[in-house]
Design a protein. Structure first.
Length: 390
């Protein structure tokens, strides 16, 4: 029964709600919404129009950020529950905290009217402690915690806003994930890291089939990061910026690693049909051998994108052959012609299964895989939609 539940909240198992959630806005409300949704959805995408600063700074989308802010006791307790240790981080970083009721520690002035600075208010230990970080300081701490969640991301900001800072940030992120972490580990990308961004290779070793944070290497993510690297490359070229050669080289290497480690050929002696395993360990041994639909859809999209990018090279034909093969594989095993949509998961014999996910999936993975060949060489799906618009 463990596979029926997405997460444990306060010791109580809670049911999964779906594959993908989208949050509009990366202010405090959006960030906290993303944190809660991360326990119930496979991926959470946060879209923000502002350029989000790396350090605490006021920004256009939060005009009230310059006002006095206080994190009241109950709010602090909730925040520390969502992000354990964040209150201590705020204090260590210099945020004032009123935990003894001494009003002389506060200096508040509203239009020249100063708040009383004498006397004490009753306190009950940490239950009534009031933290007073500035809004940018608090938001930056929460944003860093959100950015560390493996299933939360911000995508396509450059195509939405046209601001070059987002493109450079996308290149920086891709450099760290693909060119540093993946390349440094033989293109078997570690999924989990500690607070210093050191890979934690044994994470969830005792729960290898966790829906949101599985142990080992996720084959579909190798394909996905290969395609994302190619999208960044295309965006740079469109901005008349020479892309680093590693974007294409590493995309090819990630693709090759995913095929070598994850694609299993049909083997009658082992009672094995062809298909992508979900995860492997760091020696390429299958961990979760079930086939998930989104893995083959990412493979389809990446094979097509590579074939397009290297269209003038002999290797393009091999990528097109993989594309054709995986499209037929998906049609034969995953597309449910009788009941509609796709089958979410299959076992190693390509029979319907539910070890990781149950029921029918959301359609966005399959939709993207089928849509991408119609868009040409794009920097994102937003870019493709804009170019197709009349």
């Amino acid at each position: 029964m463990a596979n029926r539940w997405a997460a444990s909240v306060k010791g109580v198992a809670v049911a999964a709600l779906g594959e993908r959630a989208v949050v509009l806005g990366a202010s405090m409300g959006g960030l906290l919404a993303a944190r809660v949704l991360a326990d119930f959805y496979e991926t959470v995408t946060v879209v923000e129009r502002d350029a989000l600063p790396d350090e605490p700074a006021n920004r256009r989308g939060v005009p009230q950020g310059r006002h006095v802010h206080a994190l009241l006791p109950r709010g602090g307790q909730i925040l520390d529950g969502l992000f354990p240790g964040i209150l201590n981080d705020l204090v260590v970083g210099g945020a004032p905290v009123l935990d003894d009721g001494d009003l002389s520690k506060l200096y508040l002035s509203y239009s020249g009217h100063k708040l009383l600075r004498s006397g004490k208010v009753p306190v009950d230990d940490d239950a009534t402690a009031m933290h007073m970080p500035s809004r940018p300081f608090l938001e930056s701490h929460v944003r860093r915690r959100i950015a560390a969640l493996p299933n939360v991301t911000i995508l396509a900001a450059h195509d939405v806003t046209g601001d070059e800072v987002h493109l450079q940030r996308a290149l920086s992120i891709t450099s760290h994930v693909v060119h540093k972490f993946a390349r440094g580990n033989g293109y078997r990308l570690p999924e989990h890291y500690d607070e210093q961004w050191r890979p934690v290779l044994d994470y969830n070793l005792d729960q290898p089939g966790d829906r949101f944070r599985p142990h080992g290497v996720t084959i579909g993510h190798l394909m996905e990061w290969a395609r994302l690297a190619l999208h960044v490359r295309t965006a740079l070229i469109r901005e008349a910026v020479e892309p680093p050669a590693w974007l294409l080289d590493d995309a090819r290497a990630l693709f090759d690693r995913a095929v070598e480690d994850g694609w299993q050929q049909a083997d009658a002696e082992r009672d094995q049909t062809e298909g992508f395993v979900y995860t492997t360990d760091f020696d390429a041994n299958p961990v979760v051998a079930d086939r998930l639909h989104w893995v083959v859809t990412e493979a389809i999209a990446t094979a097509w994108t590579l074939a397009l990018v290297v269209a003038d090279e002999p290797q393009a034909q091999a990528y097109r052959q993989w594309f054709d093969r995986w499209v037929e594989h998906a049609r034969e095993y995953f597309v449910d012609g009788a009941h509609g949509s796709w089958r979410h998961e299959l076992d190693p014999q390509n029979r319907p299964s539910s070890h990781v996910w149950e029921g029918k999936p959301d359609v966005y993975h399959a939709y993207q895989a089928m849509l991408l060949p119609r868009l040409g060489e794009v920097s994102s799906f937003v870019d493709g939609a804009v170019r197709l618009a009349p």
